[in-house]
Design a protein around this ligand. Sequence first.
Ligand code: ARG
Length: 462
Amino acid sequence: MAKMWSGRFSADASSLLEQFNASIMFDKRLYGEDIEGSLAHAKMLSAQGILTKSELEQIQSGLAQVKDEIESEEFVWSIGDEDLHMAIEKRLTQIIGDAGKKLHTARSRNDQVALDFRLFVLRHNTKIALLLKELMQTVVHLASQHTTTIMPGMTHLQHAQPTNFGFHMLAYASMFKRDIERFISSSDRNNISPLGCAALAGTVYNIDREAVATELGFDSISINCLDTVSDRDFALEMLFNISTVMMHISRLSEELVLWSSYEFGFIELSDEYSTGSSIMPQKKNPDVPELLRGKCGRVYGSLIGLFSVMKSLPLAYNKDTQEDKEGLFDAVDTVMISLEILEQALATMSVNQDQMQSATAVGHLSATDLADYLVSRCSIPFREAHFITGRVIGLAQELGIDLSTMSLEQLRSVDERIGEDVLELLDLTNSMNARVSKGATATVRTLEQVVYFENYLKGLDL
Ligand code: ARG
């Protein structure tokens, strides 16, 4: 079958080349964007007197039919057509005849694919931001219910200071807020129409790029045609943004896996979002967070993959660029289902407050409070206070008890300057609530943070 570009060729393409060269198997996903772009382009060509009104009408009805055929799955996607752009144009011409052959006036597949891919990225930036918003809503709601649920805060995965579960969840709300902002700012920066750049150098026709940009909902047109047809920064930004989301998801997932173990027992995932073992009847496995952790890797792969494709490409369009799509499509699909399932897993899990509370009873979580007490009430320099507290901890270890349950006599056996007023400071809930600096873990501060994030979500218009 003759190719659209076959004028200067005398032999047919080999079937091996057809297979190797084609992108139609995956770029057909861009059919909606492609048809929208063609409609805007044709409308502009007609307004500029390059197409007649009747040709425009034929193109409009022909493209509507093509769209219907694609959506009803009647459309035949054939590898011989190479990519979706040529497949659609070929079918349009079969339907409407010669007017179909005029659609590509003042256009190249280079600006056409740059448009389709950019529109896909911009639209999915918003879809992902919306899913992040829903996840964040669930996280903030969970936090609002647990501002007094005391748990051990950790550094190096070792007991450090008492915190509350709400405070812990709000750390993730903070990450998801930044993630949302990254998708929004990336869309703002890249909201630029590439159409009219043609192959690389613009066109001799009297086109109106601004009209096309407005028709397609872009803020403005690109400045330099050569850059526009080869630029894939917008896709790299999206892949970086998705990778960052997946990294955050993976960190939370890691905690969910740990917390659902017998050793922690802080949470229990619902049956709906847990799996069993084929051999061990007693098992309830956290496959969802494990897979979420694992899927982070493939998304990083897509980011590095596209960086590697783009590196060293001479200007302007090169066929290498066709490799931009599959990795990005996969990353988009991966992050979208990941956000949805994580939201569900969190919304349906149960939080074992008693277990969190008993975990605070070991590890001397109020040790810093004792040192701070020695500094502020006994005027002991912090370094010395740190040492004395270390001795107290040594004694507690010897006695096999936690600092928070030591008696005044036991404390004073290490240093006589310790007074009775220390006992309430060593109580774990008091220790948590003593941290009242801005952004700290005290319940009052955690509640402030809940309100902050609730207001942010309320004002977020996507
Ligand atoms: N299928 C191609 C891609 O995805 C479309 C652009 C082809 N342009 C060209 N000059 N061969 O990149």
